[in-house]
Design a protein around this ligand. Structure first.
Ligand code: FBP
Length: 252
């Protein structure tokens, strides 16, 4: 598994700049500057992100054959959905071909599973194909494990978070991306449950700066490999400063 992680880790740590929100949430997440993918790609470079997370369309138009391609690894998010259709049982369809992802320079493939959704079985099957094809192409597989479904009462509970982490290991993901469960000890249990699968924190909505950095510190103490963060970087007043402070905590 380690061999797939080389391109998307530095000294065993990772800071991924997430920018797939145009699909997941729509342009309301962006301002005039951050609406432009060039601004985010420059930010990833200046802030020394380990990799950038993009959906296929943005990657093919702004990353492929660009000056970023040789210096900034790409994690291509291969499924996604909008939030225009609200349901208790979400499903995230495949949005891009995995061979095309390799062609445009991806080093890893990202896939979201909504654990507990009525469509969980379908997503398990899809991920098993994504994981297997990724490895055949020499790409890492990163699993966003988000517990969401009609029987899940607290998506961020310690118990559910550990369950999400364990599922990542059971399904053979190289890395899992999970949300914070509210405590360092709870997150440590999740990291332990993930076993040899590496864990990164999923950033979440924009929070007060110091609170967010404190969460990140506790996640790193709990044994995480790093974080994949979008809004808490590029929705900050000073996105470059924000990514630098985050980098210092992860790599410091
Ligand atoms: P953030 O750091 O902005 O939370 O980004 C992480 C992420 O997983 C993105 O990759 C994705 O677009 C978004 O969160 C989805 O969040 P949610 O499903 O909670 O709306």
């Amino acid at each position: 598994m380690e061999k797939y992680l080389k391109k998307i880790t530095q000294n065993g740590r990772a800071l991924y700049l997430a920018y797939d929100h145009g699909l997941e949430h729509g342009p309301k997440d962006f301002n005039e500057k951050t609406l432009d993918p060039h601004f985010i790609l420059d930010l990833a470079l200046k802030g020394k992100a380990t990799a950038i997370i993009l959906q296929g369309g943005v990657a093919q138009e702004y990353y492929y054959h660009s000056r970023y391609q040789s210096v900034l690894p790409l994690i291509l998010k291969i499924n996604g959905k909008t939030n225009l259709y609200q349901t208790k049982n979400p499903y995230s369809p495949i949005t891009y071909d995995i061979l095309d992802a390799k062609k445009i320079g991806a080093s890893a493939i990202g896939y979201t599973i909504y654990l507990g959704s009525a469509f969980e079985a379908k997503m398990f099957k899809e991920f098993s194909e994504v994981r297997s094809k990724s490895h055949q192409l020499g790409l890492a597989s990163i699993l966003w494990v988000y517990p969401r479904g009609e029987f899940i009462t607290d998506e961020d509970s310690e118990e559910v978070t550990s369950y999400a982490a364990r599922v990542g290991l059971e399904l053979g993901a190289d890395i899992i991306k999970i949300k914070y469960c509210g405590s360092e000890s709870g997150f440590r249990k999740a990291v332990l449950a993930a076993g040899r699968t590496k864990v990164v924190l999923s950033g979440g909505p924009k929070a007060e700066k110091e609170n967010f950095l404190e969460v990140l510190r506790s996640v790193m103490r709990a044994g995480a490999m790093g974080a994949a963060i979008g809004r808490n970087i590029w929705q900050s007043e000073d996105p470059l400063k924000a990514i630098q402070s985050i980098r210092e905590i992860i790599f410091g």
